[in-house]
Design a protein around this ligand. Sequence first.
Ligand SMILES: Cc1ncc(COP(=O)(O)O)c(C=O)c1O
Length: 322
Amino acid sequence: MWRYREALPVCLEENAVTFCEGFTPLLEVPIGRRSALIKQDHLFPTGSYKDRGASLMISVLKEHGVKEIVEDSSGNAGCSVAAYAARAGIDCEIFVPSDTSKSKLAQIAAYGARLNLVPGSREDTAAAVLKAAASKCYASHSYNPLFFHGTKTFAFEVTEQLGWRRPDVVVLPAGNGTLLLGAYIGFNELLDAGVISSIPKIIAVQARNCSPLARSYEERLEKVSFVETQPTIAEGIAIAKPIRGNQILKAVRDSGGDFVTVEETEIDSAYREMAKMGFFIELTSAAVIAGLKKYAVLSDDAEVVVSVFTGHGLKTAGKGAS
Ligand SMILES: Cc1ncc(COP(=O)(O)O)c(C=O)c1O
């Protein structure tokens, strides 16, 4: 992803904290009656697209001489931040909900980060980290804009891989919107630079059990109205109160896109279907593919539709789907 360094806010190249990540393959995958192009972002060094954001954010923090950070996560952002902090020699403490997948906890601990398991909801974890952030740098993947300037490279890569043409549609997860808002920034930067003449339609996917954004969008609200939620096997998008929720609604609306919600059974069958084709992805990623399948039913055959495998299946192996 550092091939786009002129568009990334790091002053000195030697401050880039990198494992040579990015430029993941864009593979054609059959989805229902058509096919879609799917970015293989589960192949990143820590097994998820969050490395795009962590690589840039930790690089800038390193450049500013930050020595200690705290972060909260449903798992994958914690893995990424812990790995890049380890590479940068920055002391790291990660707060996670206590029911986070064991393999993600093991991964965070293996990188040498201190783990803080918080009982209760994802929102309880967010509240706990804010206390720690009173005295340490809060390297947050949802508040810190640098993270989104890392995930914007998704849009650059897709456009470059299509021969500097934008797709017609991108189908993306909507939890805290770290990929969706990053992609929105990236496509808008390409638009401002005159590389593309409009941005693609963004189709945002939420699990029906936790869908505050989809419901607010359906009601044509400009601000997210928070609704009661149920547990979902798609832990990465189990976000009842997304802090950038209003921005996500605006980005989807501005792109001419829409929201799709998926049931737990649909997530489970997308997971199995992808695995049968040889793609081992995590359950949250399967939720996106379940949304893509729903979108594909209505889509125009001529549309170039791009989506993403966000996380590797080894992260949630044995959890949820069997
Ligand atoms: C595997 C995976 N997919 C998708 C998401 C969705 O997150 P966001 O909406 O913040 O991009 C996450 C978040 O943790 C995740 O871990």
